[in-house]
Design a protein around this ligand. Structure first.
Ligand SMILES: [Zn+2]
Length: 81
C-alpha cells in the first residue's frame, strides 16, 4: 500500500502514463480509498492538461486561465467569492 506522499510524488508520472502496470495498480488502489489523493491527482491532471494546451497554442490567454485555476485551487473550497 502506497503512502499519500508516494502517491503525490508519482502523480505526474501516472498522468503521463509513465508508470508500470504494478505501480499503476497500486496508485489506483490508493486513489480508490483516499479522497485526498484522488482530488489531488484530478486537479493535477486538469492543470497539466491546461498547461499542455497553452503550450501547444502558445496562447497567453490560456496561460492566464491556468493561473486563474491555480489561484482558485490555492484558495480551496468554501472560500469567499
Ligand atoms: Zn492518500
Amino acid at each position: 500500500m502506497l503512502r499519500c506522499r508516494e502517491v503525490a510524488e508519482r502523480a505526474s508520472l501516472l498522468i503521463d502514463g509513465e508508470l508500470g502496470p504494478l505501480q499503476r495498480l497500486n496508485m489506483r488502489l490508493h486513489l480508490a480509498m483516499c479522497r485526498g489523493c484522488k482530488a489531488f491527482v484530478e486537479q493535477l491532471r486538469i492543470t497539466q492538461d491546461l498547461t499542455k494546451k497553452a503550450a501547444e497554442l502558445g496562447s497567453e490567454d490560456i496561460g492566464e486561465g491556468v493561473s486563474a485555476v491555480l489561484s482558485r485551487m490555492r484558495s480551496g473550497p468554501g472560500s469567499p467569492r
